[in-house]
Design a protein around this ligand. Structure first.
Ligand code: GLU
Length: 310
């Protein structure tokens, strides 16, 4: 008789096992910085016999590059990554984000904002290099004002989380980050909304990603709390920077990963993550490197640094 016992689907929102994810935006080819996040999240999942989901964060068409999503999948395959279940695309989840927005609006803690970027930058609280929205439209818009975007009212208790690499973090959202946008002036869903909702609804138990996203974490946790959703554990990896100290990115002309060099690049990524992969493994096969990494992965050896020069 076939086994009739219920089996958790790959998208069971409450996994009993570890579930991680890699969530690249299709804004260009993967580079060494993206490889670090992919390798770190993959090995955390594999070393715990967990699942590793792949999600393409394609919610921002103006920033997308045609064909980049498919190229990312091919590159990951050529590096030997194996993901569980079908690839998820944020562009196909608009109904979920709309639903989440409606629920947030029901709480009365989301409001339309009519301020332009210029106006926020000119406001007192917006001085310095980071503009923090001072809550101007929280009390409602005047009859001659046109709503541009939706913001979440971030007032409330501080957000605490224990980052597994960066240590304990506390954010006073209102003063440190301000009321952030959940639906943009161009009508698109904001990254914080889509990611906070997806990580929770996909049952991700641990989010492993670059330290450059640390400041997004309290925003995503706030969204999860307001929607009564589970919050994953977070681990923010050091970020790869170039000689000038700039994060590797398409804007800084970081070279695309060369799949012909996959073993050497994987070896380099493992050592970036403090894993001491022996030099004789540098020129072996991908398969041997992965086997070594699955056995030897030591998350405690990941440097507790914000950035590392490559
Ligand atoms: N899609 C985001 C990016 O590629 C990362 C999202 C995340 O890991 O939370 O930068």
């Amino acid at each position: 008789m076939p086994d009739q016992s219920p089996r958790p689907s790959p998208l069971d929102p409450r996994p009993s096992i570890y579930r991680g994810r890699f969530a690249p935006s299709p804004t260009g080819p993967l580079h060494f910085g993206s490889l670090i996040a992919a390798v770190g999240s993959y090995l955390e999942a594999k070393s715990q016999q967990g699942e590793w989901l792949l999600r393409i964060d394609d919610i921002d068409p103006p920033r997308e590059v045609a064909g980049a999503g498919d190229a990312i999948l091919r590159t990951l395959e050529n590096f030997g990554f194996e993901w569980d279940g079908p690839v998820t695309y944020q562009s196909r989840r608009h109904a979920i984000y709309l639903d989440a927005l409606a629920t947030l609006q029901d709480t009365g803690r989301v409001y339309p904002c009519a301020c332009s970027r210029k106006r926020i930058a000119e406001s007192q609280a917006g001085s310095g290099n980071k503009s923090i929205y001072p809550g101007t439209c929280r009390a409602g818009l005047g009859p001659d004002q046109t709503p541009r975007m939706l913001r979440i009212d971030s007032r409330g208790p501080a957000i605490h989380f224990a980052d597994r690499i960066q240590g304990p973090c506390v954010y006073e959202l209102e003063t440190e980050l301000g009321d952030f946008v959940v639906r943009r002036a161009d009508g698109l869903f904001a990254y914080q909304l889509a990611t906070g909702v997806d990580d929770a609804l996909q049952g991700i138990s641990e989010v492993v990603r670059g330290r450059d996203l640390l400041d997004s974490t309290p925003c995503q946790i706030l969204i999860q709390q307001r929607l009564d959703l589970a919050t994953p554990v977070y681990a923010h990896l050091p970020v790869a920077v170039n000689q000038q100290g700039q994060k590797l990115s398409k804007q800084n002309l970081a070279p695309a990963l060369d799949t012909d060099q996959a073993p050497a690049l994987l070896w380099q990524a493992l050592n970036f993550l403090g894993q001491n992969a022996p030099s004789e493994l540098r020129n072996t096969s991908l398969d041997m490197l992965w086997q070594w990494a699955f056995r030897q992965w030591q998350p405690n050896n990941i440097p507790r640094r914000q950035t590392i020069q490559t």
